[in-house]
Structure formats: structure tokens, C-alpha cells
Design a protein around this ligand. Sequence first.
Ligand SMILES: C[S@@+](CC[C@H](N)C(=O)[O-])C[C@H]1O[C@@H](n2cnc3c(N)ncnc32)[C@H](O)[C@@H]1O
Length: 239
Amino acid sequence: MKKKDRLFAKSPWLRVFEFNREVASVFDDMAERSIPHYKEVLEMTARICHRLMPRGGYIYDLGCSTANLFGFLSIYFEEENFQYIGIDSSQAMIDKARQKYKKKQNIQLLYADINELDFPHASAIIANYTLQFINPSHRLKILKNVYASLLPKGIFIASEKIKDPNAEIDELFQEFYYNFKKEMRYSDQEIARKREALENILIPLSLKANLKLVKKAGFNKISLFFKWYNFASFLAIKD
Ligand SMILES: C[S@@+](CC[C@H](N)C(=O)[O-])C[C@H]1O[C@@H](n2cnc3c(N)ncnc32)[C@H](O)[C@@H]1O
């Protein structure tokens, strides 16, 4: 049973958002109730990896949290046919992921900062809802590293909360997003408190700015495969 996310309903609550032990303990419920179409996007990510990535290398999951992607990859790949490396800078998330997949042979979980790592021998590199938490001025360096690390024809998949360049549209999409959270049974108070806690921690760029960074990192083949108002997922393939 997933533990329900009530973090912003009780007092005291987290004033500045971080991926600490409390967040890790409710993360799976939080992700499903805070990220529109979270499970579908992970499923699409796994399906694309299965169809497109060159074989023989690792699947890296940057900012893997509790490694939910591993479960979706396991639907498409036989255990012996993929090697997953999940990386997260939250020890609590890595501990939680290790508990979940104790018995699996084809998973490695690393407590590390993706700003400071290379991703050798990569068939696929995934960053679902992670770059948005990285200082924007550091994102290009990571993406260049992603490009350099991929095997020929290797794939990169990222999902991000995005900001619409048109302020009116951006506001409208935010409103739709908060309605989604209400439908997921978060109260107005929980929504407002979390929004404040995420101020300057989750920094969305526009879709165009995200794609520009990916192109600048070296990718020429880039496709959007999912969009929901202010959330987008895209795929890039190394030539
Ligand atoms: C919204 S969660 C990602 C969700 C996850 N990818 C999934 O699909 O379930 C963002 C994660 O990125 C991790 N993170 C943030 N900055 C990081 C960094 N510099 N290096 C590694 N992980 C980082 C956080 O600890 C957190 O677990």
C-alpha cells in the first residue's frame, strides 16, 4: 500500500521543498497525484526504450527517485536484456528504491549528483521531471555530458514541467494544473503551500528553451512525444 501524501496538510510543513526522508516515504503517491499522466509517461518511456535504443549498453535514469521506471522497463524487457542504473542525490530516495528492488540483479542504484558524473556506455539516458530541479545554468553541461555518453543511436528522454512564453496562456495552464491537483484530492491549502515551497527550487523553462538546450548539446533528431498543458516529454536520438 502506498503511503498517502499529506505533507502539506499538517503542521509544521516543509517551507522549502527538498527530497528528504518524509518526501521519499510518500513519493509514489505524490508523483501520481502531482504529475499529470505520470504512469503513462513512464510507460511510454519504457516502450520507446524497448523499440529504439541500441542494445548492449546501460539505461541510466537521472534523478530516479524511487526507481518507478524500473518497474515499467520490466514490462517490456526480459530481466536479462536490460541493465538499469538509477542515480539520485537524495539518499532517502535511493534507500527507498533499494528496498523496492532488493531481489533484482539488473539494477544498480547510485547516490550521486548528476552534475558530477559521466554515464559511460549508455544505450538510453532518461531524465523524467529532474532537470527542472537543476540550476538552469548547469543544465547544458549535463546535456552535453548526456550526448557524449550515449552510444551511436543512443536515446535521451526527458519530461519537464514547462512555462508558456505567453503569460496569459501560462496562467491558464497553471489553473488547469491546480484543478488536476484538486481532482487528485489535494486541498487549496496544500496546493498553495507546496507552490510556495517549490518557489526557486523547481524552475521550469519554456518548451522551446528546453529543446534549444538539447539541440545545443549536440542532438539533431528531437521529437515531442507527450504534452499536457504545462508538462512535456521529448525524445532525442544521437546520430
Ligand atoms: C521529481 S523527482 C524525479 C522523478 C523520477 N524521475 C520519476 O520518474 O519517478 C526529481 C528527483 O531528482 C533528484 N535530483 C535533483 N537534483 C539532482 C542531482 N543534482 N543529481 C541527482 N538527482 C537529483 C531528486 O532527489 C528527486 O528524487
